[in-house]
Design a protein around this ligand. Structure first.
Ligand SMILES: [Zn+2]
Length: 242
């Protein structure tokens, strides 16, 4: 699915410990190449590559990757992509970068959790953790920052799901790329998953930053596209905490 001419929504089948689902990374098209927002689940580069070719693009045109946060289903293929294209620039929020470079242990992907994985995934997770110190971030993002891609993107720091979680606002399209701050579950827009959100009160507080945006469509990494009365729904969600 395309939003305008520059925002392409990818549909990537994912297998994880929770079973099969679909995730929705995004490709942003500019003259100088493609920006990918999130990379999919660890060890699952091929479904990502296929989803990119399904929208008529080629993985070799990737110029940069914006990582919305440190979770394994978002950063999972970053090393595989860098192996293919060593010059890709990485961007992420300053509060999640120390986890992605191994300076701090992942908030959720703990050694205990890795030990519970099946042998193949465990090996991949251990390899990834070992390679984290090699990751170099070309651009350290901050709340409110504007990026020129896709006609203009604003970074919205939405901590809670992880400390440096970001959502991306595309004003020209009235579009919010919510990452994991919002989900679509059974056709309804809902807040972040409690089981995967260590600081739920903070994540709910982060919703306040979204209610002030002029948006009429949202893309959630889990659950996909939502365009019914978005602002009223965001308002209602942000009030549930009070
Ligand atoms: Zn996720």
């Amino acid at each position: 699915m395309n939003i305008g001419t520059q925002i392409l929504i990818l549909e990537v089948p994912m297998e994880s410990f929770f079973g099969k689902s679909t995730i929705y990374p995004v490709l942003i098209k500019d003259e100088d190449g493609l920006t990918l927002v999130d990379t999919g689940m660890l060890g699952q580069l091929e479904p990502l590559r296929k989803a990119i070719s399904d929208v008529g693009e080629d993985i070799s045109r990737l110029k940069r990757i914006i990582l919305t946060h440190q979770d394994i289903d978002h950063i999972g293929n970053v090393h595989a992509l860098l192996d293919l294209l060593p010059n890709i620039a990485l961007l992420a929020h300053k509060d999640d970068i120390p986890y992605m470079t191994g300076e701090r242990p992942f908030v959720k992907l703990t050694p205990e959790r890795i030990n519970l994985m099946d042998a193949a995934l465990k090996q991949q997770a251990e390899d990834m953790v070992r390679r984290l110190p090699d990751l170099r971030f070309a651009h350290i993002l901050e709340d409110g920052e504007h990026l020129p891609y896709g006609g203009g993107i604003q970074i919205i720091h939405t901590p809670g799901h992880t400390p440096g979680h970001i959502s991306l606002y595309v004003p020209a399209q009235k579009l919010l790329l919510a990452a994991d701050e919002l989900r679509v579950v059974e056709g309804e827009l809902v807040g972040p998953a409690e089981s995967a959100t260590p600081d739920m009160p903070l994540a709910l507080k982060s919703l306040d930053k979204l209610t002030v945006l002029d948006v009429d469509k949202v893309l959630c990494y889990h659950g996909g596209y939502y365009d019914q009365n978005v602002q009223a729904r965001l308002q209602a969600l942000s009030q549930t905490k009070e």
